[in-house]
Design a protein around this ligand. Sequence first.
Ligand SMILES: [Zn+2]
Length: 215
Amino acid sequence: MHDRDTEPPPPLAFQHLKSLLDSLSATTLALAARALELLEFDRAHRFCGACGAPTTLTTDPPARRCSAPDCGREHFPRVSPVVIVAVERGPEILLGRSPHFPPGLYSTLAGFVDAGESAEQAVHREIHEETGLRIRALRYFSSQAWPFPHALMLGYQAEYEAGEIVCAPGEIEDARFFHVDALPPLFPIRYAMANLLLRDFCLRHDRPWPPRPAN
Ligand SMILES: [Zn+2]
């Protein structure tokens, strides 16, 4: 998302942050994520959403303020919460794939939190909408910034309760329970919450992470 007239001096080069997630330190990543989200906010809030007048940048805290004297509303960078959940059934974990995933890649299921909904309600709703399953024993795992463009990933773990898998048409191409000894061949990148959830699942079942390739 850089000005195409601007090129860095060799040997430097622009790269999309997504391609660097597994190679940057946590400190650098946090800075880069913040920078990317603020740039996107700045680009997308040039005008006041309430009255349409131009906004100006303020820096402490970062915001854009409406220039109309009778409005003056302040707009703050948006954060969009996404829940992502590892549903477990004994030694099995529920993984699914979207139609746009590369072949062989499966991930834990995820979705945006709706307006007026708690994160926990969103987990139950998403799993039911995407697979038809009921879950229980929901517990919070961890969170992380996912600045594409402004998500906050909220990781959860849960146990299968009831139901047969029925994939949501157009959204989930395939979803099933994978045994800890027969996980799919491709995993989400190391940085991703889905990877951390899978890693935790394997380690709790005394399996190595990443899994050893099958002979
Ligand atoms: Zn305004």
